[in-house]
Design a binder for this molecule. Structure first.
Ligand code: KG4
Ligand code: ZN
Length: 325
């Protein structure tokens, strides 16, 4: 089955054609990062305008790259949340129109589930059950995935109580004078830095699988205020990255122990971080599954993949949502 996936939940207009949830036939993305960089973060109004401007072009370019016309597309999948409502609307409207006009099956896909499906693209032999760390700009969650197709069989073991891991990277990057998005910028700066240069706090929380990054953010602000102006930014970036990656990796391994599973899955923008991958890859008795770097951040391929694994299609009758309940 060939599924066309449409992603417009934040700052990427991205469309892909994926066969049987595993094989990417074509993908096209227009990233708005250069536009939002000027403002230090995503401006929802501008994001919505850009999606509306480019969605048709991205869809047609994707079909052309695949060498297919509409008769070769079996199903359309689109993200309907969580995300920026005004941005999501463009993808949903395009998908509903195509479904109605062409008589194609339509599936509404949860953005977080799509991030997990990105791992299936890279790792053809990966099957549930597994534990998954989903760490993006909007979310940080630990999930026990018992069955991917049925959402009620995905158990949330923990989540962030305040900032997401991606947000922590973005905020600390701004403090260090780096540009948006902060994750890759911190990762680059941290190269060659001393990861033990600064001791930063780790939270103690009631649920061992929850996260909190606001204390760390405050500690970094205080530290910068107390340091001379010419402090070594490399060392601070490396120490901060080490702290976040330890927090994420240790909790993922604890979740695997708790659920007696040996498959560790990471997904979402922060899963692109090489230090995080390194920490998890060396864990004895566990096997790490991670998406391709280009499928860690938002993309249409993960949506198409998730759309394939959905057992039922939605019809036209679905709305949009900004946050999960
Ligand atoms: O999944 P994503 O593209 O968007 C959301 O669904 O939120 O994630 C974007 C987030 C940003 O906060 C970005 O700074 C972070 O992922 N990120 C990284 C890296 N690449 C992207 N964080 C750490 N290291 C990276 N290499
Ligand atoms: Zn995302």
């Amino acid at each position: 089955m060939k599924v066309l996936g449409i992603e417009t939940s934040c700052d990427e207009t991205s469309v892909a054609l994926v066969e049987d949830g595993r094989l990417v036939l074509a993908e096209k993305t227009i990233s708005q990062i250069p536009l939002h960089r000027t403002y230090g973060g995503v401006v929802p109004e501008l994001a919505a305008r850009e999606h509306a401007l480019y969605i048709d072009q991205v869809i047609w370019d994707c079909l052309e790259e695949a060498g297919l016309n509409w008769s070769g597309v079996d199903r359309i999948a689109v993200v309907n949340g969580p995300g920026l409502v005004s941005s999501l609307m463009t993808g949903i409207t395009a998908a509903k129109f195509l479904s109605l006009a062409l008589g194609k099956e339509l599936v509404a896909v949860n953005h977080l589930k799509a991030h997990i499906a990105a791992v299936m693209l890279k790792e053809p032999e990966l099957e549930p059950p597994f534990v998954c760390l989903l760490a993006s700009g909007g979310h940080t969650q630990l999930l026990w995935v018992k069955d991917f197709a049925h959402t009620e069989r995905i158990e949330r073991l923990g989540q962030t109580l305040d900032d997401s891991a991606g947000e922590a990277f973005d905020k600390v990057a701004r403090m260090l004078g780096l540009s948006y998005p902060g994750g890759p910028a911190i990762e680059r700066l941290a190269q060659g830095g001393d990861r033990n240069a600064y001791r930063l706090p780790r939270p103690k929380l009631a649920n061992q699988f929850d996260f909190s990054f606001s204390g760390l953010k405050t500690a970094v602000i205080r530290l910068i205020e107390s340091l001379p102006e010419d402090f070594c930014r490399k060392d601070l970036a490396a120490s901060f990255q080490e702290n976040v990656c330890l927090e994420l990796s240790e909790k993922l391994v604890s979740a695997a122990k708790y659920s007696s599973l040996d498959k560790l899955v990471i997904a979402g923008g922060v899963a692109a971080n090489q230090r995080l991958r390194e920490m998890l890859a060396i864990r004895p008795n566990y096997r790490l599954f991670a998406p391709d770097l280009k499928h860690c951040t938002d993309n249409g391929a993960m949506v198409a993949a998730a759309g394939f694994w959905c057992p039922i299609y939605s019809g036209l009758n679905f709305g949009v949502f900004a946050r999960e309940k």
